[in-house]
Write a protein that binds this ligand. Structure first.
Ligand code: NAP
Length: 222
């Protein structure tokens, strides 16, 4: 499949791009608001994969052009810009495309990170409300640490929880997730359950911050 990562120049976008490019034959397109930044990150990611002896082609384009080239589009941008980003690329989305959001709204204070639940109920729900008709939204990858994905020597052995109201889109995204070595996708139900998943992300960061030797934590359900 052709997967575009909008904001793929950032941390989680880099991690997912590297893992898919390394472990699968999916075509990876990096999106950015700045096409030059997208191209240069795409080249750097491609060089990193090729250094490991794996042939790959990663391209970079402005977000709208990246979305236009893909069947599956990951919104790898800050939670507060999910709706703007969907609106900015709306004309490039075709019926049957799938949007994925890994975004979590968090606030930090002196005690740690806290889930900031938006009025819509979850960031995933904000994406559903912003998406054009016929373009399903799937929530996934919220609880993965970018640092662990980006370190290709790190074994994953973790789960990602997947929520969507469209079963076919959920199944497509679950199989894309499981194409990454060591990642298991678990069905967590409809979008109405997204807030519980989003709220685990600040919990993982707080646990890592308070326990020396722990970092880039993930979750494994057993
Ligand atoms: N980092 C993690 O470990 C992690 C894990 C799970 C989920 N997430 C979620 O994934 C999303 C991205 O996280 P991240 O850590 O990768 O973020 P990030 O590195 O801070 O930002 C990702 C990209 O978002 C784009 N961006 C920044 N401001 C924007 C704006 N105003 N409008 C549109 N795009 C903007 C930038 O791309 P350009 O400048 O190239 O456009 C940036 O490279 C967040 O919603 C986060 O909750 C992150």
């Amino acid at each position: 499949m052709r997967i575009a990562l909008l904001g793929g120049t950032g941390d989680i976008g880099e991690g997912l791009a590297l893992r898919w490019a390394h472990d699968t034959d999916h075509e990876i397109v990096i999106g950015s608001r700045d096409p030059e930044k997208a191209r240069s990150k795409a080249e750097a990611y491609e060089a990193e994969i090729e250094d490991r002896g794996v042939d790959t082609k990663i391209t970079g384009f402005e977000n709208g052009m990246a979305a236009d080239r893909a069947d599956v589009i990951v919104l790898a941008v800050p939670a507060y810009h999910i709706a703007d980003t969907i609106e900015a690329v709306e004309d490039s989305l075709a019926e049957g495309d799938i949007l994925i959001t890994p975004a979590t709204g968090m606030k930090r204070d002196e005690d740690g990170f806290h889930y900031h639940r938006p009025g819509a109920g979850s960031v995933t729900k904000i994406a559903v409300e912003a998406a054009p008709d016929g373009v399903p939204v799937v929530g996934a990858f919220h609880n993965l640490a970018a640092g662990r994905l980006t370190d290709l020597d790190a074994e994953l052995g973790i789960d990602t929880l997947v929520v969507a109201d469209d079963d076919s889109a959920k199944s497509t995204v679950s199989s894309l997730a499981e194409d990454i070595d060591g990642l298991r996708a678990l069905d967590a139900g409809p979008v109405a359950n997204a807030a519980e998943i989003e709220s685990v992300t600040p919990l993982l960061i707080n646990v890592a911050m308070n326990n020396s030797g722990l970092h880039d934590l993930g979750v494994r359900f057993d």
